[in-house]
Design a protein around this ligand. Sequence first.
Ligand code: IPM
Ligand code: MG
Length: 356
Amino acid sequence: MHKTIALIKGDGIGPEIVDSAVEVLHVIEKKYGHSFDFVEVAAGGNAIDLTGEPLPKESMDACLNSDSVLLGAVGGPKWDTLPGHLRPERALLGIRKGMGLYANLRPVKLFPALKGASPLRADLIDKGFDILIVRELTGGIYFGERGRSQGPDGEEAFDTEKYSVKEIRRIGKIAFDTAMLRGKKVCSVDKANVLESSRLWREVMHELAKEYPDVEYKDVLVDNAAMQLISNPSQFDVIVTSNMFGDILSDEASQLTGSIGMLASASLGEGTRGMYEPIHGSAPDIAGTNAANPIATILSVAMMLRLSFGMEEEADCIEAAVSKVLEKGTRTRDIAKGSDSFVSCTEMTESIVAEM
Ligand code: IPM
Ligand code: MG
């Protein structure tokens, strides 16, 4: 197969981890006879430095003309004081919206070899866990009306959480359809005891649940969900939630696996094209030091191969190599315990490539 992949290396550790993932893709090309065209796309802070805009039109077009996008990370302190519409994060939000990627899939899986890296007590993770967070990605408070004004007490600001039945239903369908292929459980997370948007969310989810009698469905309020992720992570299969709750809960859940450096993600819309990225950020504190954990990005590439290109065996090959490397005890700093030794980003990549 021939595929064109838009590469957004981005800022901070972005270039290091994307280079690692590309090395893995080169192995897939050789081993399975595919060819990938890599098109480098400027977006985020580096694009601001280059062009004054976080997402120049040519960059958006390159993403739309690709078979899928691989993104490292965008953002950093250098651009933190820019006005909202010029921040590097606008690039990410612009691509998600521009490509219609409304479904963000974030698998939270415990590699058995990393049990010791999880901050949870052994008895809490003994049963293991395999959670899929399905986060709505192009609606809600991230994209609702926002602004500032002068009120009686001085300056005010507001952001709006707004969801339509159509938006809720389509993300719900992804959650239920995916659950049917896994543990057949859906937990919908909302704040229906306070928010009207959550009450509509819940109504739509209940309607959908009737169409999936084989799926065990429950609603959990977001504060309770945050607690249960820690106290009993094994109970969850698919968690479906809004853009902002999904953002927060996925960072929390990532810690259960030992490090946010382990979590991959896929963002999908109606077609097969998607954007794949680690859920962590640009980690400016370690940028350029070859210390980043490339596993989240490498696992994101596995998701790309499986979900966008239908390359099941190829995806399995990458995931198995990651598992083996971890079983052999190879660790980057973020997943190393105490005084254990650890390897660099490039060494971790080489170990994974060797296992493939
Ligand atoms: C994520 C990130 C982004 C988000 C930021 C960088 C805009 O935290 O992908 O989880 O909030 O969606
Ligand atoms: Mg986030």
